[in-house]
Design a protein around this ligand. Structure first.
Ligand code: NAP
Length: 304
């Protein structure tokens, strides 16, 4: 029986691990093998105390190291089920059972997909969600980025260092990305970036590899084909909360509902980060709420 199990492998999980480890609760962290969102990000410019910015993978790895320094134990295992027992909770992760008196859920969110024809076929073979990881494969090639948020701007900037041409396609006539990020892409050379507004993707085109994308104007229904070698999706994220559906209260979009103290609908279970935050979705807010969750878990255990 563990005192605390933390489920997740991102900045929220590592922060909760630092706090619970420093409180001598010997947390066990169950992290899925998939990379957390910061690990697929490039430079993070809004993490306090880093005037020159910090690389996303470094930030997450250093935070994990800090948790390990205080005694947090990590196991690479994907949580497949969550069960409420009489006085504890049971998690099955990669086939093994783990039990704990309290659980902090930091399962984050996964990239949303388009769900259009041939997307599955070309997934990770020309269609992907991480330009930071894959941009070097597109040296002097033509790429497409789909989305209008900060991630789409970030993907465009990452690709601009390698690709000869980028089409940034968004479904509305204005971006939701911050002004700062929009200003950055506006500085790209005109022949490198072409912005296509009011279009949605309807089909990936290709033979053995991706050769293009078919899009449709949302106002006129007029279709159009763009030739390209790679397509990057930056259309938001879906919270990883499936295994908690039957035991915790979730909102309509699947985010875990928590109160101001990071408590979920189940006594002894706390949640932090992108699995419960549909509003801010920032590294700093994830870490902040994870700190709250850890402090409340400690209080809960003291009370028992
Ligand atoms: P986001 O802000 O939710 O943006 C998703 C974008 O995808 C929106 O523009 C949305 O269009 C579009 N979209 C959604 N579903 C679509 C579909 N089926 N087809 C076509 N387009 C679709 O997600 P995000 O950009 O990943 O950002 C998430 C959070 O992380 C934000 O809070 C952001 O500020 C933060 N972030 C910050 C940085 C940074 O500061 N460096 C970098 C990355 C992310 P609509 O606009 O029409 O809804």
């Amino acid at each position: 029986m563990n005192k605390v199990i933390i489920i997740g492998g991102g900045i929220a999980a590592h922060t909760a691990a630092i706090y619970t480890a420093r409180a001598s609760l010997q947390p066990l962290v169950l992290s899925a093998p998939e990379p957390d969102q910061l690990s697929t990000t490039n430079i993070v410019e809004n993490w306090p105390g880093t005037p020159d910015g910090i690389l996303g993978p470094k930030l997450t790895q250093d935070t994990k190291k800090q948790a390990q320094k205080f005694g947090a134990k990590y196991i690479l295992a994907k949580a497949d089920s969550f069960k409420v027992l009489k006085n504890s909770f049971e998690i099955i992760a990669s086939g093994k059972k783990y039990a704990a008196s309290t659980v902090i859920i930091c399962t984050g969110a996964s990239s949303r997909k388009l769900d259009i024809p041939r997307e599955k076929e070309f997934w990770a073979k020309g269609v992907s969600t991480c330009a930071t990881c894959d941009a070097p494969f597109y040296k002097n090639k033509t790429t497409v980025v789909i989305g209008g948020g900060d991630s789409a701007m970030e993907e465009t900037l990452a690709l601009s260092k390698f690709a000869k041409k980028i089409y940034l396609i968004h479904r509305r006539d204005e971006f939701r990305a911050s002004k700062l990020m929009q200003d950055k892409i506006k500085k790209l050379p005109k022949d490198k970036l072409e912005i296509i507004l009011d279009f949605i993707p309807i089909q990936i085109l290709g033979d053995k590899s991706v050769t293009g994308i078919k899009i449709k104007n949302v106002k006129t229904n007029q279709p159009k084909e763009i030739s390209c070698d790679g397509i990057f999706l930056a259309i938001g994220h879906i919270p990883n909360t499936d295994i908690f559906k039957s035991s915790l209260k979730l909102d309509k979009k699947g985010f875990i509902i928590t109160n101001k103290k990071s408590e979920t609908s189940l006594l002894g279970v706390f949640a932090a980060g992108d699995c419960q935050d549909s509003l801010f979705k920032q590294a700093i807010t994830s870490a902040g709420v994870a700190c709250q969750a850890a402090l409340m878990a400690e209080k809960y255990l003291e009370g028992r």
